[in-house]
Ligand binder design. Structure first.
Ligand code: ZN
Length: 334
C-alpha cells in the first residue's frame, strides 16, 4: 500500500525535481541599516560588520554583512511578493502537491550552509533553488511522509556564488478533518513532542530541568553567561565552562503567536517568546497562562517548570503569579 502511494506521488512530482528555479532577486542592496538591525537583534558585536575604524586594518573597506544573513537579502516582502525581475515560478510547487495529497505537515530537518565570501554594502544578490531529492514514503515519529532536499544558491550580480545551502524538509501526513468524523486524534497514536538530542554540550540543561533548575552556562575564563548551550565562549573562545542556576525571573523581549498551520502536539494559538532573563541572557520558550491579546513586550514573567509529557520538562514562562498558581494546583492534585 505504502509502496503504491509512494510510486504514485513520486510520479506526480517527478517533473518538479531537479528543476533549477529563479532568479529570485533582492528588493534592496546590502545596507548598513539592515546589517545593524540584524546584529542588534542577534546580539552579534563582531566589529568587522559595522565598526569603520576597526575595518581599516582588515581586507574589507565597507560595511560587511554577517554571512548568516545570506537568505534575507533575496527574501519576499511581507505580502509574499518577490522583487521585480524575479521569476514568477513557485519554487515549492512540489511541496504544494504533497500538501494536496494529504501530506500537509512540514518540518525542517536540517540546514547546512556554506559561505564562500562576505557581502559588502551596496551589493545586490539573487538566488536560485533546486529541489534535488525526494525519498520514498518513510515512517517516523511524526508519522508517514517524504524527506525533500532543496539546494539553494546565493549569487552576486555577476553570478558569483557567495553562499549555498542544502535544506531538508520532512513533509508528513496530517489527520484529515471530515464532517462528522471522530474527534481528531481519537483513532491515531498521540503525537508527542520530539525530544531534542542530549549531548555533551547541552546535557546539563536538560538534567537541570529534570532536577527543577534552569541552568545557564558561564565561561570559566571571562565569566560571560551564554544560552543556548554552546561548547565555546563567544567572547574569549574558552572551552571551559560551568553553570549557574537562573532565578527564573525575566521579561518578554519579543514574541510571536502561531495560529497556522496547527502542528501536533502543540495547542493553538501557540505563543512563543524570547525571554530576557534577569541574569542577562535570553531564552526562547512557550508562554503559559496568558491570552495572546494580553502579551506585551517588556512585561515581567516568571518560569513555570512544566512536565509537558512523560519524558520532558520545559521552562515555560507566564505572568507573575503563574508559578505559585501552578504549584498550588499540583499540590491539590496530589
Ligand atoms: Zn569567556
Amino acid at each position: 500500500m505504502s509502496d503504491n502511494v509512494s510510486v504514485a506521488i513520486k510520479e506526480k512530482v517527478a517533473h518538479l525535481l531537479n528543476r533549477r528555479v529563479g532568479p529570485y532577486n533582492s528588493w534592496n542592496p546590502v545596507s548598513r541599516t539592515q546589517v545593524w538591525q540584524w546584529c542588534t537583534a542577534m546580539g552579534d558585536n563582531n566589529p568587522l560588520y559595522l565598526d569603520d575604524e576597526y575595518r581599516q586594518d582588515t581586507e574589507f573597506d565597507d560595511v560587511t554583512a554577517p554571512p548568516t544573513m545570506m537568505q534575507m537579502w533575496s527574501m519576499r516582502d511581507a505580502q509574499g511578493n518577490y522583487a521585480p525581475g524575479s521569476t514568477d515560478k513557485n519554487p515549492y510547487e512540489l511541496l504544494s502537491v504533497l500538501e494536496d495529497n494529504g501530506y500537509a505537515g512540514i518540518m525542517a530537518v536540517s540546514y547546512d550552509q556554506t559561505f564562500h565570501r562576505y557581502l559588502q554594502e551596496g551589493e545586490r544578490v539573487h538566488h536560485y533553488t533546486t529541489l534535488v531529492n525526494m525519498t520514498d514514503l518513510k515512517t517516523t515519529g511524526m508519522g508517514k511522509g517524504f524527506f525533500v532536499t532543496e539546494f539553494a544558491e546565493f549569487l552576486t550580480e555577476d553570478e558569483e556564488k557567495f553562499a549555498e545551502a542544502v535544506i531538508t524538509y520532512f513533509q508528513y501526513e496530517t489527520p484529515k478533518k471530515q464532517p462528522g468524523a471522530k474527534k481528531p486524534g481519537s483513532d491515531i497514536q498521540k503525537i508527542t513532542r520530539v525530544h531534542p538530542v542530549e549531548n555533551y554540550d547541552n546535557a546539563h540543561f536538560w538534567q537541570g530541568l529534570r532536577d527543577g533548575k534552569l541552568l545557564i552556562q558561564k565561561c570559566d575564563s571571562c565569566a560571560t553567561l551564554r544560552h543556548p548551550p554552546q561548547p565555546m565562549c563567544s567572547e574569549c573562545q574558552s572551552l571551559n565552562w560551568s553553570t549557574i542556576e537562573a532565578s527564573g525571573k525575566g521579561s518578554i523581549y519579543t514574541y510571536t503567536v502561531m495560529h497556522y498551520p496547527e502542528i501536533p502536539p502543540f495547542d493553538y494559538p501557540n505563543a512563543i517568546a524570547l525571554i530576557e532573563l534577569e541574569e542577562g541572557v535570553r531564552i526562547a520558550t512557550q508562554l503559559t497562562d496568558i491570552k495572546p491579546n494580553d502579551i506585551k513586550i517588556g512585561m515581567d514573567v516568571e518560569m513555570v517548570l512544566t512536565e509537558v509529557q512523560d519524558d520532558m520538562t520545559l521552562p515555560l514562562f507566564g505572568p507573575i503569579g503563574s508559578a505559585s498558581a501552578a504549584k498550588k494546583k499540583q499540590e491539590q492534585q496530589s
